[in-house]
Design a protein around this ligand. Structure first.
Ligand SMILES: [Mg+2]
Length: 120
């Protein structure tokens, strides 16, 4: 069965890019438009991995990650941050976010990171 990826980003272009990439890789992909939406989608249909943007309206990536980890700490989360957000990245790692990648990133690096997390 295909691994389920939940892509969370408030930017439509990023959602579309990552959705296309991971579908092409053979994953089942769902998207969420903000933190609140991501928590609802995780609870309704738990994914195998979450790709979480940091800056979003209606609950940012850190708060959403905390809620998701509270719901099920076995779901790995990769945080997608912008340059200069190290403080919040640190907090995210402390609450249990697995890895982070800094925007703008090479999608091949993200693809490899997802593979590595799912295979570990
Ligand atoms: Mg954003």
């Amino acid at each position: 069965m295909a691994h389920r990826v939940l892509v969370v980003d408030d930017q439509k272009g990023v959602r579309r890019l990552l959705e296309e990439l991971f579908k092409k890789e053979g994953y089942e992909v769902n998207v969420a438009v903000d933190g609140k939406d991501s928590v609802e989608k995780v609870k309704a249909y738990p994914p195998d991995i979450v790709l979480m943007d940091m800056k979003m309206p209606n609950m940012n990536g850190l708060e959403a990650s905390q809620e998701i980890i509270k719901f099920d700490q076995t779901i790995p989360i990769i945080m997608m941050t912008a340059y200069g957000e190290m403080e919040v990245v640190q907090k995210a790692l402390e609450v249990g976010v697995k890895k982070y990648i800094t925007k703008p990133f090479d999608i091949i690096d993200l693809r490899n990171m997802v593979r590595e997390v799912l295979n570990s």
